[in-house]
Write a protein that binds this ligand. Structure first.
Ligand SMILES: *[C@@H]1O[C@H](CO)[C@@H](O)[C@H](O)[C@H]1NC(C)=O
Ligand SMILES: *[C@@H]1O[C@H](CO)[C@@H](O)[C@H](O)[C@H]1NC(C)=O
Ligand SMILES: *[C@@H]1O[C@H](CO)[C@@H](O)[C@H](O)[C@H]1NC(C)=O
Ligand SMILES: *[C@@H]1O[C@H](CO)[C@@H](O)[C@H](O)[C@H]1NC(C)=O
Ligand SMILES: *[C@@H]1O[C@H](CO)[C@@H](O)[C@H](O)[C@H]1NC(C)=O
Length: 384
């Protein structure tokens, strides 16, 4: 062989060894949708995580069956990018559960996930719940826990057993182009759940599911939601809140340019009637279209889902909530409903340029212990 070819081979070999790119196929994935590929994924992740450099982990086209898997850190690699061309498939076996998550990324600073389809195979689990059977804990499809600097682009999550995507105690999260699909009657299949997390951006999402489109839990702040389509589902919810006495508040949430189609709620804030130090403040809803929504705008301080309610006074202080440029149709007469308790009224609620109809006519607004003002043109006439 000519010297220059030998040199070329040596150079390319060195390049391969030095490069921090990993392909899951190197770890023996079968990608047939039937063989368990979790072990190969765990090894591939460990290799990426222990790398000194920024690493790209390739998952080529194929169907990968994964049992509950933890992608844990902290990692040596400053940034791991997962390019997901394949479909990740969960087991239909409802007993194959870990502690409530299917794919969990934990303690990682610097993660990017591009593309991919997650199929939670939730139907057998939903049936178990509908039959009111003694069901196992179930699994949230994708959990981001104690992470920082995470970006996800163009990920599709379908048929999750429980929540599709959960952000848990994380910071600096950018979700772009997320698509979520589950039937409108699938129980507890929230689209994106944000819990105790901050600096979160959710942009260009399309969410059709059986529970909340986006649910926002205590301790969340600096959350920005933009260009999202919801429905079917239960709408965008802050809450439920007042689960406990010492509960961090929710603040600085912006929801902009969102469209709802046939959801049970649009913009909802809900709290149990229980003592709590929690609060909700500095919330802006701006540019929202309601298409046949049951409760377009609702604040409920005595949320009581299954008849087991604390029945005390709500401790959650709700203030500085702005509803701006909200238009469309309600399927119930009361399109705006602020239901607060005298012991803890809702303060500084503002309606600006709202136009909501019921069966082509004026809808109604109902206020109980809610203070604030209306500006611009507001129909139904404000009750604040
Ligand atoms: C990963 O490996 C598979 C199988 O060898 C190959 O088909 C695919 O092109 C590889 N992908 C990348 C990005 O290297
Ligand atoms: C996501 O999808 C959009 C539209 O198909 C495309 O323009 C964009 O480049 C994709 N982003 C990434 C990071 O793959
Ligand atoms: C909320 O936003 C206000 C005004 O921008 C800012 O001063 C405050 O620090 C933010 N609070 C949190 C907890 O991020
Ligand atoms: C009101 O919201 C709609 C829907 O998001 C948007 O298209 C429109 O530009 C907004 N109008 C103003 C004046 O901001
Ligand atoms: C406020 O809470 C108290 C205690 O639960 C309850 O008796 C009262 O009816 C509530 N008022 C309203 C308007 O909900």
């Amino acid at each position: 062989m000519e010297m220059k070819y030998i040199l070329l081979i040596i150079i390319s070999l060195l390049f391969t060894l030095g490069s921090a790119d990993i392909n899951v196929t190197q770890f023996g994935t079968k990608a047939d949708g039937k063989s368990d590929d979790s072990g190969a994924f765990t090894k591939a992740w460990k290799s990426a995580c222990n790398s000194d450099d920024s690493t790209t982990l390739y998952v080529p086209v194929g169907n990968y069956l994964l049992y509950p898997t933890i992608f844990g850190g902290p990692c040596k690699s400053p940034k791991i990018t997962i390019n997901l061309e394949g479909n990740l498939i969960a087991s239909t076996d409802i007993n194959k559960v870990d502690d409530g998550s299917w794919l969990r990324f934990e303690n990682i600073d610097g993660l990017e996930i591009n593309g991919g389809v997650l199929d939670g195979k939730g139907a057998p689990y939903w049936h178990c719940k509908e039959d009111d059977g003694d069901c196992p804990v179930g699994a949230r499809s994708l959990v981001i826990k104690n992470c920082k600097n995470v970006r996800m682009n163009n990920l599709t999550s379908m048929s999750s057993k429980k929540f599709h995507i959960a952000l848990d105690n994380s910071k600096g999260i950018n979700l772009h182009g997320i698509k979520i699909r589950a039937p409108g009657n699938s129980p507890n299949t929230d689209g994106i759940h944000v819990d105790g997390s901050s600096d979160v951006l959710i942009r260009d999402a399309s969410i059709q599911t059986g529970d909340d489109c986006i649910s926002i839990s205590p301790g969340t702040h600096d959350l920005h939601v933009e260009q999202v389509t919801c429905g079917p589902g239960h709408g965008i919810s802050i809450g439920s809140l007042a689960h406990s006495l010492d509960e961090p508040g929710v603040q600085n949430v912006t929801v902009k340019n969102v469209v709802f189609h046939g959801t049970t709620n649009g913009l909802r804030i809900k709290s149990f009637a229980r003592k709590s130090n929690g609060f909700v403040k500095n919330i802006v809803y701006d540019g929202v279209v309601m298409n046949n929504v049951e409760n377009p705008i609702i604040i409920d301080q005595k949320y009581c889902p299954h008849g087991h309610c604390p029945n005390q006074k709500s401790g959650i202080k709700i203030s500085d909530v702005m509803y701006k440029n909200i238009t469309g149709s309600s399927t119930t007469k009361v399109a705006i409903n602020f239901n607060c308790n005298a012991s803890n009224p809702c303060n500084n609620i503002e309606l600006q340029d709202v136009d909501l109809t019921y069966k082509g006519k004026k809808a109604q607004a109902s206020c109980t212990n809610a203070n604030g003002k209306a500006t611009g043109v507001v129909t139904p006439p404000s009750c604040l």
